[in-house]
Ligand binder design. Structure first.
Ligand code: GLN
Length: 563
């Protein structure tokens, strides 16, 4: 029996980076407007088992989920090698999940991010364990079966009306072809009207001829067709609205009715895209393809069309600017800190301001004072490794010196503590042992209990964890409750050995873990300067209609300091 869930597959053509994640989230929104329970799966065809180890410069930010998944590559079978029993803790997933969760307001389990690495690892280890009983193990059917099983399980276990599946990369990539093959098989095996295929492509504008060009899209549709898949809907990314003659051409050459050729022009506010799709009747069209009748419409802020419309209008309205300096080191692509950028924007817009982010790429010869001069506030970014650290510490010192509102996230909080210890405790060269393992003053360090385990890996503190908030602190003022849950992704900790002395000089520990042993946030104990560092990452939970409380208060402080 197939699950009572419909599947919408989203593929991409022409090139990557054209906003397929935003399209997938917006298509999901159309189903939410009609009262359906939905979720999203993202497929990443690379061989990494999870994106946790990928460099943000290459791949954008790593999103962190609430849950941590204990991924065991082999679900059954007789163990042959003891080492095969290993499981992998997965909570770091593709940044598109940030987009999905901001649009759709749902928390997805890390198993919703399927990588080729997971599929091949499971298949090969299953073979080693004798699961295939001597048969020849092949991409089809063994890998494709595993992909289908993963999708069907999610649909069934989560009792969904619609599951959207976004396939990363572009059609024609060798590594994504097994996923397209699994989709083709699923369409064949499921009853009629259970699947819909949405293909997202680029329609470039040729300045020389003054025309939008349809050829790249035609080619990518052909490529999809040669994999046995016919798109039901074409979503065309272009600078401006699609010209009528291009729509006609694309309809004719792609074998798609004209009403299913959808325009997706550049937008200032991405949250507007679902509304633009509604205007083009895409929601109704998909429901028709999938034989779905709209349910009782929800009036919750997240799922209601008119609430969403109101929200988009709020984002689009003219507003004064608040300027935030973001010193960091992963600036080669714009997506490295996307959840932070968005959380700052949510916090600002919800109090009548617009953010202007000044990304400050820390290099050795940079004049930091000059860079920070015109900023209303400083957000010190998360990160790993030695590069740019001294400069980032200087930024925290600058904030203390000139009383600039400051929010340090994870690494940013650790470096805030190092800066404080250097400046006010006189601990010259105080550092994190991640950066300087031989430092005389290891003010940020691994916990004793981590030190043995570190050889074997698995020391990363991950996922959503309970936090005990101290009353009378900035963090309490923001959250207004003594217990919160936020997400973590770190190994090193603010060293409690130094905290007594730091407290005497004006640091306040504003939150800890449940045991009381781990410091989860610090702040300056002063009324005239808002400076907070959180070991957790509140940006992962921020929504456009419900900003993160601590980001909200940070922006409030920046507004007060406006130059
Ligand atoms: N590198 C630091 C640690 O591992 C901070 C990590 C982060 O900023 N996410 O603790």
């Amino acid at each position: 029996m197939p699950p009572d869930c419909k599947f919408v597959f989203v593929t991409g053509g022409v090139m990557s980076g054209i906003g397929k994640g935003v399209v997938t989230a917006s298509v999901g929104k159309l189903f939410q407007f009609r009262g359906f329970k939905i979720s999203v799966v993202k497929i990443d065809p690379y061989l990494n088992v999870d994106p946790g180890t990928l460099n943000p410069i290459e791949h954008g930010e790593c999103f962190v989920t609430e849950d941590v998944w204990d991924f065991k590559p082999v679900p059954g079978g007789q163990p042959i090698y003891e080492s095969d029993e290993k499981s992998y803790r997965i909570s770091e997933i593709d940044q598109d999940f940030g987009t999905y969760s901001r649009f759709l307001g749902i928390d997805m389990h890390p198993s919703h991010n399927i990588t080729s690495g997971q599929i091949y690892l499971s298949t090969i280890l299953s073979e080693r364990k004798g699961k295939f009983l001597g048969r020849t193990v092949q991409i089809i059917p063994h890998c494709t079966n595993m992909i289908k099983e993963r999708l069907l399980n999610i649909a069934q276990n989560e009792d969904l009306d619609v599951l959207l599946i976004e396939c990363g990369g572009t059609v024609g990539d060798l590594e994504s072809s097994i996923f397209l093959e699994a989709f083709r098989q699923l369409k064949l095996e499921l009853p009629k009207k259970y699947t819909a295929f949405v293909h997202v492509t680029l329609v470039p504008y040729s300045k020389a001829v003054g025309q939008q060009k349809s050829k790249p899209t035609q080619h990518s549709v052909k490529m999809l067709q040669s994999a046995g898949l016919q798109p039901d809907v074409l979503i065309c990314r272009s600078q401006t609205i699609l010209q009528e003659d291009i729509k006609n051409k694309l309809s004719l050459f792609s074998n798609i009715t004209k009403d299913a050729v959808i325009s997706n022009p550049d937008l200032e506010i991405i949250y507007e895209l679902p509304l633009l799709f509604e205007d083009q009747k895409l929601g109704d069209l998909l429901c028709e393809i999938l034989d779905l009748k709209a349910k009782l419409v929800s009036y919750s802020k997240v799922n209601n069309y008119s609430e969403w419309l109101k929200m988009v209008e709020m984002y689009k309205s003219e507003k004064p600017i608040v300027r935030i300096g973001m010193p960091g080191k992963y600036f080669n692509i714009s997506d490295s800190y996307i959840s932070i950028n968005d959380a700052l924007e949510h916090a600002a817009v919800n109090q009548g301001y617009k953010t202007e982010l000044k990304m400050i790429n820390i290099t050795e010869d940079l004049n930091i004072e000059k860079e920070l001069e015109d900023c209303d506030g400083i957000l010190l970014t998360p990160g790993f490794g030695e590069r740019a650290v001294e400069g980032m510490i200087k930024c925290a010192e600058y904030a203390m010196e000139f009383k600039i509102p400051f929010l340090g996230i994870c690494f940013g909080a650790q470096l805030f503590f190092a800066a404080f210890c250097r400046k006010y405790l006189g601990l010259k060269g105080a550092n994190s042992t991640e950066i300087d393992p031989k430092t005389k003053f290891p003010v940020v360090d691994l916990m004793e209990s981590q030190k043995d385990v570190s050889e074997k890996g698995g020391t990363m503190r991950l996922g959503g964890l309970k936090i005990k908030v101290e009353k009378g602190t900035r963090v309490f003022e923001a959250y207004k409750t003594e217990e919160i849950t936020e997400r973590f992704r770190h190994r090193y900790h603010i060293n409690t050995k130094y905290i007594g002395d730091a407290e005497k000089k004006g640091i306040k520990v504003s939150s800890r873990d449940e045991s009381g042993e781990i410091i989860n946030s610090i702040e300056l104990d002063r009324d005239d300067h808002w400076m907070v560092g959180t070991q957790f990452h509140p940006e992962f939970k921020s929504k456009p209609y419900k900003p993160s409380p601590i980001y909200f208060d940070f922006i409030k402080a920046c507004v007060k300091n406006k130059k």
